[in-house]
Ligand binder design. Sequence first.
Ligand code: NAP
Length: 491
Amino acid sequence: MASDDIIQNILSGKLQRPELLSAVTCSGAHVGRPMPVYNPATGEVLCTVPMLNAEEAGGRIDLASKAWQAWKVWSASARAALLHRFADLINANQEDLAHIMTAEQGKVLAEARGEVAHGARYVRWYAEEARRVYGEVLPREQAGRRFFVVREPIGVCAAITPWNFPCSTVLRKIAPALAAGCTVLVKPASQTPLSALVLAVLAREAGLPHGVLQVLPGPSAELGPLLSSHPQIRCLSFTGSTAVGKELMRACATTVKRLSLELGGHAPFIVFDDADLDAAVQGVLACKFRNSGQTCVCANRLLVQEKVLADFMGRLMQAVQQLQVGNGFAPGMDLGPLIDETAICKVEDHITDALARGAELVCGGVRLAGEGHFFAPTVLTRATADMLVAREETFGPVLPVFSFQNEAQAIHMANSTAYGLAAYFYSRDVNRIQRVAEALAFGMVGINTGRMSSEAAPFGGIKESGFGREGSRHGMDEYLEIKSICMGGLE
Ligand code: NAP
């Protein structure tokens, strides 16, 4: 079967608007080098999309610069109205976007639907924020002159996004950039370009002018250096691994670009002896096994207080053993496949290393037989600080369990990482809650919850998890410059 027929076959009858997909694949009228998109549930090629080389992408940057001249002077209310229409279209096409995401990324359909809705809420939020880019009039500090402070769009922006949230990571960047009056070029992960491409089609339908938002699928080896060093690009927002983030920092230095980095994490999840243990089990499931453990904020280390370890593990194992792994389109599944073979190998390496260093395998530990990249939910006890799972992101459904004696030890263990994205803990003691929340060195702390992402709250990390924030009013700052205007000669 030709690859473009395969995706039609997988999604046949499921897409309300199949033309959204055919508009972005090579089966449409596009010419260009075809880039294959794989289905992680089977390993098959789903379809191909036309990829750009550096020269073609350079032409797109010129187009974005020209488009910016007109876009930056749109009124805030006109930009807001357009973003509201865009959010409406995302919501109206939620089913199609979710099906396309499950096909290219693998996550279970219910999660894909949730991600689309979550992404649309960012667009809505920034439609509202577009109207609140306030300046300042400073108190008179000298006779005859006044200062005004205005905030202006930074210019042409680039966004580089990962494969694990192919819809929401794109929307969290483009919505504030567009609201601020910037034009944006998005380079999506090569594994999952379809969601971003279809979102751009919907943005055009919403009335976004030509060139204001462009999606550039293509190899990072060619497009990465271009986007990070091109003088016309004034801001680069990146979500991905810490290693690539560090490379981009170096590359962006040549043109002193604004950078926003949402990088890797190594979240501790602490269960204190006064916690509601059943609630903590639910928190672990939501936090660790969502998207098959392929999230930057997922629990990488479960820290349980000695006194409740046996009780908690009994409850946890009962719940983990009920998790269903399979094709994301099949009803009742909790975990879909991992993204590719490399991801499976990393998970296997981490488990092998942990077992060699004394961990005990309580469940899972193996990939599932048959096609695709499925891995059984895995729990390891007796984890220790010398294991890979204690230092590196596993990015898979592996939960290493550490034990601790007291609060000070838990905080020390939790903070013993170069990362600083998310941390979680469960406790019912209000004084402990206050102490621990303040002591954890992370950009986001979840208390008695395993999920804390919201368009209304700033999302981002500290230390080697990056800098800059997405969501909330702070998310706009990444795309705005401050200009001070001094008016002299006044009577
Ligand atoms: P990745 O390898 O860093 O890739 C992310 C993006 O960067 C992809 O679009 C990739 O393009 C591109 N890229 C790779 N090398 C590049 C280079 N040298 N120059 C420019 N661009 C380059 O990360 P990933 O494996 O896709 O994603 C997983 C990582 O993202 C994890 O570390 C996870 O924690 C992190 N993440 C962080 C957040 C957050 O908000 N903090 C959210 C989600 C994920 P190609 O696909 O074409 O190579």
